[in-house]
Design a protein around this ligand. Structure first.
Ligand code: CMC
Length: 429
């Protein structure tokens, strides 16, 4: 394909075109600044490609999501979270032996250092579990300095990944138990990833939590659906921090913080709070829809809209089905699910939402599944973080292995004062 041509101040610049394997096109402006002194302006990076990546493909117009070529629907139906994480991080589906070894590395890494366990005591029980999680993830650098070399080997990266994937589950369970004043339980060697998480969350020293197969299946699906989403806010945070050669634990900790925000992974918590508010107001969904359409305030319908999807989020479609199936199986009638369905029905016909292509996103129905399992609202973003971890690790690894990757450092258009003199304090008015 021919180069793109850009005319600036009467001079023509030739800009190479890049084409991805799915036909995605980009104009390469890498040399534009040096040759012209112009930068490009794109707040929120809505139309900026920050890297080349072979991990995830999204077609937001068609509602397509694939991990390394495999449609998300197939993985959600047939894979497990552990297998999907191996696949995302290593780029190939594992053999039986590889999967066994991989799972074993999780079992070996599940326990927290006794000094790390003491750190939980320093937090008030009201501390948000995402605050605890981000700090603990970064602290892993202090407990595993042997893995955090400037130029980690492939084995070091595998070691960090196993520590993170396994320990994040233990840390998450402990941050929940701390918030409800319950003692910590050790992970069990005989349990698989999700049952072990449920055990650490809900068992008591005297009574083992009864593992419900449908609950495991629902969490399995949710974690797989959250596992990666290319250059979203938190993954970009992980890449940006990691681009300075910060270690994986520190980089992922930044990802947890980015995910916490209500416009990103914190939305699942906000959705259930919104549905509860609608319920308390007598189920008047129309009032909330009108409020979200009124631009004089900044109220939004949480769980609707997406930067990339301009069609139904394929993850939301699967989660909606799973929410209905799980609640039915568990014999739960949650009025919030009825409200959610009614809200969606009205929104999908409303001109404001139709013209802006705002559909339910991954966070709209996920909270109702967590709620049915008995997970408290402030833990919802933590579950998103557990799910997103393989993606963060895969992107950090891909960036480290990419010889063309550079320090992340955007430019700006300065709009402040022109040069002026310092005024001594006595002369200031
Ligand atoms: N409710 C009402 N109006 C909305 C909503 C919403 N949820 N989302 C977008 N809009 C409107 C927005 O006001 C704007 O209207 P106008 O063109 O008249 O100014 C238009 O739609 C475009 O919105 P935008 O803010 O320019 O879009 P964006 O791509 O910057 O924002 C978003 C994407 C996800 C931040 C936004 O849709 C939103 O705030 N949604 C609610 C929060 C949410 O559910 N977040 C979870 C996202 S999915 C999980 C993840 O991957 O992070």
């Amino acid at each position: 394909m021919e180069n793109a041509k850009l005319i600036l101040d009467g001079k023509t610049f030739e800009l190479p075109i890049l084409i991805g394997t799915e036909g995605e096109k980009a104009i390469d402006i890498l040399k534009l600044r040096a040759e012209s002194s112009y930068i490009t302006f794109d707040p929120g990076f809505g139309n900026t490609g920050a890297c080349k990546s072979a991990i995830t493909f999204i077609d937001g117009e068609k509602g397509i999501l694939r991990y390394r070529g495999i449609p998300i629907e197939q993985l959600a139906e047939k894979s497990t979270f552990v297998e999907t994480s191996y696949f995302l991080i290593n780029g190939k589906l594992p053999t039986k032996t590889e999967l066994k070894q991989y799972s074993l590395s999780f079992t070996r890494s599940a326990k927290l250092h006794k000094d790390m366990k003491k750190m939980f005591a320093g937090y008030p029980s009201s501390a948000h579990p995402m605050a605890v999680l981000s700090a603990m993830v970064c602290s892993l650098s202090g407990f595993h300095p042997e893995l955090t070399k400037l130029n980690p080997s492939a084995d070091d990266i595998q070691g960090m990944a196993a520590q993170l994937l396994s320990k994040v589950r233990t840390i998450s369970a402990y941050s929940y138990r701390k918030s409800v004043g319950k003692p910590f339980l050790e992970p069990r060697d005989d349990l698989a990833y999700i049952p072990n998480f449920l055990h650490m969350l809900f068992s008591t020293p005297r009574k083992e939590y009864k593992i419900h197969e449908d609950v495991v299946k629902a969490l399995q699906t949710l974690f797989i659906l959250h596992a990666d989403h290319e250059q979203n806010c938190s993954t970009s945070a992980v890449r940006l921090v990691g681009s300075s050669k910060a270690n994986l634990f520190a980089s992922v900790s930044a990802g947890v913080c980015a995910l916490w925000g209500p416009l990103h992974g914190g939305a699942n918590e906000e959705v259930v709070e919104m549905l509860e508010e609608i319920y308390r107001s007598g189920g008047k969904v129309e009032k909330f829809i009108e409020k979200a359409k009124d631009h004089t305030g900044n109220y939004r319908l949480m769980g609707f809209g997406h930067r990339v999807y301009k069609n139904y989020d394929p993850r939301a479609k699967i989660i909606k089905e799973r929410a209905h199936a799980l609640l039915k199986k568990m014999g739960i009638h949650d009025p919030l699910l009825d409200i959610a369905v009614r809200l969606e029905e009205i929104v999908l016909k409303d001109e404001y939402f139709v013209t802006r292509k705002l559909y339910p996103n991954v966070d709209f129905y996920s909270g109702l599944i967590y709620k049915a399992i008995g997970i408290p609202t402030n833990m919802f973003p933590v579950l998103f973080a557990i799910g997103r971890l393989p993606g963060w690790i895969a992107h950090w690894k891909e960036m480290r292995e990419d010889k063309d990757s550079r320090l992340g450092r955007p430019r700006q258009i300065y709009t402040g004062d022109k040069i002026r003199d310092y005024v001594p304090i006595e002369q200031r008015k």
